[in-house]
Write a protein that binds this ligand. Structure first.
Ligand SMILES: Nc1ncnc2c1ncn2[C@@H]1O[C@H](COP(=O)(O)OP(=O)(O)OP(=O)(O)O)[C@@H](O)[C@H]1O
Length: 595
């Protein structure tokens, strides 16, 4: 669905996701309306019974058609229940399909949004946004919407019956209903209409803070910072609590009025009935019996309208959340895609600012990695290394300048072509909860088992394979099968080796690795980059001494560039980093020797 449909109300927007099942929803609502009308019939039958009894009074045996009306009341009640059941069947079927379509629309859209967006948004938040909201609409379409139709029919019928029986008593029923509608709009309108979105946001914050708190417990314990870490979690609990209390208080008076007025109809009806009976005889009494029976039904229907109103607010919020995802612009695809001629990578006068960031992360950056060469990116944290590397597989599009692969702008390459050209290995390796085989095959689905085994071997993963109970077919991440950070890195390298793309972009991170793993990862790196065009983010300067060029990125710009030797001779930033690195390496060796 298009975001341009935004102005439609939430139910109409939801129904655009229903596709062919929209008719089923309409049918369900119509049946629910019919069921509401049928549900009124037994009351009319009872009125006929009462009239028959009073007419025959005192010789009740003479009463006409009592049994017939009794049966008719029963059949109408059963018919109403059966039609309502059919209505719910229709709306449930349509609701499940609609929720499925909403999830599909979001998932389909996410495939086309910039990869950087997926990286930046927490996957948990996105899942909640898609899944919970689709679930919320299920309840709305399956139950509340058909009930709403039924609930609206009843007051309309009440207005009709007002004229059919006794208009004075009808009015006594109708006035409380009108007052309750007024109180309902007060509860659901104004600030309270905005409450739901604020309330949802407060719940999301609370859940994010709780997760953050639980995740931080080990660090907190080590540094004895319990009070500080609890502070922001506590603040979010208090925010939520204040919001919920304010809402409850603001609804207090109208809600009390709503319930009192609805249940207090008898206060009007019975004295009025008595008054009218004294002058009108038994026919007025029959009408009074009808209205006494009919009044609780009106109250139930008004309550249903209230719940449906609440569900509509939820549906509004669900549609708004989905819109947020659909509003993320997909990366434009070129209508006439070009092909990369060769494996050279070039950044030409690139300036890039992250969405919503104030300052650019890269400013006028230019460099070239010739086919088969290795270029290393080094520099202080926040200098722009990851940003520069992520522009090559088009995680984001640049605002100024160009990123070229084999002479073609990455924006002009078909996505498939770009993905075939580049393999990237970043620090936060993601392994799926599936077999090791499928995890590696994600890089090349048509690869044979032998090719996967070969890639694992080249990525120094033989020891990992040996310890897994079902070898290649072992599911990762379940039933105690967990891989350490260093092991996960090697599996990610096996993936990249299997992909065998001519360009490799990698973040040489060994942060998770113990010395043994570090050595294995280093060997796997060497296999991966042999004969490839490589852009490498280097954290340990020892690994890049032989790079064809080293770029020192600082504050989003290239501060220095050259070979290892030339940069040392220049005695600049790189030289200082190298001296620091040497000192820390010696300190580490010294410490190890002392143990
Ligand atoms: N998703 C993002 N949204 C907004 N700003 C970002 C995003 N990612 C990075 N930045 C900012 O862009 C700048 C460059 O960050 P980048 O991660 O590229 O640096 P880096 O040199 O790779 O750092 P490190 O060595 O710590 O990984 C930093 O100021 C950072 O705060």
């Amino acid at each position: 669905m298009d975001v341009k449909d935004k102005n439609k109300n939430s139910i109409a927007r939801l129904l655009t996701y229903a596709g062919g099942h929209k008719k089923l929803t309409v049918l369900g609502c119509t049946l629910s309306g019919i069921s509401a009308v049928l549900a009124l019939a037994p009351y009319i039958c009872i009125w006929f019974v009462a009239r028959g009894v009073f007419q025959a009074m005192p010789d009740y045996a003479q009463a006409q058609g009592l049994v017939r009306y009794g049966w008719a009341a029963l059949w109408f009640a059963l018919g109403s229940a059966a039609v309502y059941f059919a209505a719910l069947m229709c709306t449930h079927l349509a609701a499940f399909r609609t929720a499925k379509n909403m999830r599909k629309a979001a998932a389909r859209h996410l495939v086309n949004v910039p990869l950087g967006y997926l990286n930046a948004s927490q996957s948990g938040k996105l899942r909640k946004q898609i899944d919970d909201n689709a679930g919320m609409t299920e309840q709305m379409l399956a139950h509340e919407l058909p009930d709403l139709v039924g609930a609206v029919i009843t007051p309309v019928a009440a207005v009709v019956l007002l004229f059919v029986f006794d208009w004075r008593m009808g009015l006594a029923c109708l006035v409380p209903m009108l007052i309750s509608v007024y109180l309902l709009t007060r509860m659901m309108g104004g600030n309270n209409a905005r409450f739901f979105s604020t309330y949802q946001k407060a719940i999301e914050d609370l859940s994010a803070e709780a997760t953050e708190y639980v995740r931080g417990i080990p660090v907190v314990k080590v540094f004895q910072q319990t009070v500080y870490s609890f502070k922001s979690f506590y603040a979010s609990i208090m925010r939520y609590s204040k919001l919920a209390t304010d809402y409850a208080l603001s609804c207090g008076k109208p809600m009390t009025g709503f319930t009192t007025v609805l249940n207090g109809t008898f206060l009007l009806l019975i004295p009025l009935g008595m008054l009218l009976c004294s002058g009108g005889g038994w026919t007025v009494l029959v009408d009074l019996i009808f209205y006494i029976l009919f009044t609780p039904l009106c109250a139930t229907m008004m309550m249903r309208i209230m719940y449906a109103g609440q569900a509509t607010m939820e549906a509004d919020e669900a549609v708004r959340k989905l819109d947020e995802i659909l509003a993320v612009q997909p990366l434009p695809e070129s209508g006439r895609p070009q092909r990369a001629r060769g494996a050279e990578v070039e950044l030409k006068n690139v300036t890039f600012t992250y969405p919503q960031a104030k300052a650019p992360a890269l400013r006028q950056v230019s460099f070239r990695v010739r086919a088969g060469q290795t270029v290393a990116l080094v520099g202080p944290s926040g200098g722009g290394k990851t940003t520069a590397a992520s522009l090559i597989p088009r995680f984001w599009d640049v605002q100024e300048g160009q990123v070229l692969i084999g002479g073609a702008d990455v924006r002009e390459l078909a996505t498939q072509e770009l993905m075939d050209q580049v393999a990237f290995v970043f620090q936060d390796t993601r392994l799926f909860k599936t077999s090791l085989l499928e995890n590696i095959r994600a890089a090349r689905p048509e690869a044979t088992r032998e090719q996967v085994l070969e890639a694992l071997h080249l990525a120094q993963c033989d020891d990992i394979l040996a310890k897994l109970p079902q070898g290649l077919d072992t599911r990762i991440g379940t039933k105690g099968v967990y891989l350490s950070g260093g092991e996960q890195q090697r599996v990610a390298l096996a993936r990249a080796i299997l992909k065998d793309a001519p360009i490799v972009v990698l973040d040489e991170a060994t942060a998770f690795a113990d010395p043994e793993n570090e050595l294995l990862i280093q060997r796997a790196f060497e296999t991966l980059i042999r004969g490839k065009t490589v852009l490498m983010i280097a954290h340990r300067l020892s690994t890049i001494q032989n790079a064809d060029e080293i770029l020192v990125l600082k504050d989003g710009a290239i501060a220095e560039r050259g070979t290892h030797r030339a940069l040392l001779e220049a005695h600049g930033l790189y030289d200082a980093m190298w001296q620091d690195y040497q000192t820390s390496a010696q300190w580490k060796v010294g410490k190890e020797a002392a143990v």
